[in-house]
Design a protein around this ligand. Sequence first.
Ligand SMILES: [Mg+2]
Length: 430
Amino acid sequence: MDTYQDCTLLHVDADGFFAGVEQALNPALRGRPVVTGAERGIIAAASYEAKALGIKRGLQLHEAKALCPDLVILPSDYEAYSLYSLRMLDILRRFTPLVEEYSIDEAFADLSGCGDVLACPLETVAERLRNTVSSEMGLTVSVGISLTKTLSKLCSKFRKPNGQTVLRREHVPLMLKRTPVAKVWGIGPASAAKLQAKGIATALDFTRMDEAAVLRLLHKPGHETWRELQGRRVFPLDLEGKRSYDSMMKGHTFSPPSDDPRLVFSEALRNMTNAIAKLRRHAHLAREIGLSLRLKDYTAQTACAPLPAPTGHDCEAAPFLRALFDALFTPGQLYRSTLVWFGGLVSERNRQLDLFEETPARHDYGRLDAAVDRINARYGQHAVAPAALLDRSLKPYHSRDAAPERYGTLMHGESARHLAIPRMTLGNPV
Ligand SMILES: [Mg+2]
């Protein structure tokens, strides 16, 4: 009989992750308000010291500086964040092999069957996990353990940062009573508004609703959450990992904003070459290409087009990018960023061969791209690149062009400037 019975679902969530990694990499930053996102002009992540001053994600940098003149503003270093994410998962796997990588800084794990092996109370498991991450990685995480994913997610949020909460069946109602229904994982603003209109304020009120009424009001997804909150497991762990991808995207903000079509197109093309090179590294092909142009006022124009055959070649994708660009670009408007994504991804192994495709040309594209990738891996990104990228030099230098100071050096365990794990995967971009 397992010591933990049904209270075995663990959720771990790193505290202010990107900023935490920066503080771990540079101890001089510990205890100081740190934010990342210098390259975008918008805050991507804030350390707890910065959060305490009212600085949060999404704020403009100049607004944040007004709140805190001593703010440390850093450009994002996604490779470092990915590496730290892998380290956190490795530590978690010392406790149980049943680990779901949920996002770059969150994971679920199932401890069932581990009770007799770990031979310690759940509180000790959570404590050991937190202590191991903090001593080996230099950053803190919060841990929740309960009956279901939805409940363990509530628990990890309950005492943040560097906190832990174990919620056994008998105490579930107490936790639900102090949780506003809008704070439940899976209840979005629209569902929360519908529930509040019916007088449902807390998660406990929600679980006490009649099953038929829940189904009528929120349909299947809301009903699943309703069951999970009652301690019945509906959502299984996804142990497959991110072995296949829905889409791959690259975006970049430039400053100052520009109305020069050559510059804006060269920015888009650069994102395309980066995204498609990444696609090739992961042995995938795309069936669709998308482009989003963001204006100075943050509104975006977006379009996508199907590719005639699944491809991973620059030469085949570029004409479609050009067509999308010509359809979207409006003269006289100021643009501040471009984003390119590839969708409808298929693994190279699973590609259906097209009877009528021009194989000799494709064969040459394949050899060309492989050669370019090898040169760029050796001499740096864009050592060989389309000539149109030279138009990027039309842009005046700006402090936001800064790259992380760490660039040029590798961390322990890092073999190249890029890690072999794409993180920017979204089903429905923009
Ligand atoms: Mg987090």
